[in-house]
Design a protein around this ligand. Sequence first.
Ligand code: ZN
Length: 181
Amino acid sequence: MPEEALIVVDMQRDFMPGGALPVPDGDRIIPRVNEYIRRFREKGALIVATRDWHPDNHISFRELGGPWPRHCVQNTPGAEFVVELPADAVIISKATEPDKEAYSGFEGTNLAGILKEKGVRRVYICGVATEYCVKATALDAVKHGFEVYLLKDAVKGIKPGDEEMAIREMEEAGVKILPSL
Ligand SMILES: [Zn+2]
């Protein structure tokens, strides 16, 4: 049973430069994330990838009064992963209903149940964006009782100041910040 899981948050085309809702330089962490996926896979850890998986009429879209441009619509190229996931990776789709938003991979999904059922105790988190979905996922992981590590060299935020604040907030909540691994 794997005691560890790597959670790759929202490494999707629309969140990369050129996409609908780009994280600046989000593509620069792709090689690091791929490297972590490979290394965690080699040591038998569970690989989890979360994704925004919105219906065409999602509440978070500007045309429906939300804060964001249309992004990560189900089964469109913008929702595709940009990292190399093994065939047995656990894919967690979030915010899949028109009227529900979810930044955290734990919100409205069965992620906590899957991790516990597999015997996972420690989770390592990477991906985008640091101050939104990465932070929400890390804080929820703490709440669910996991030991949580942030892989700081494999996350990317939208605004540097907000990213720094988010990292402090995670640290105060009990997330261990690893400069690298
Ligand atoms: Zn979204």
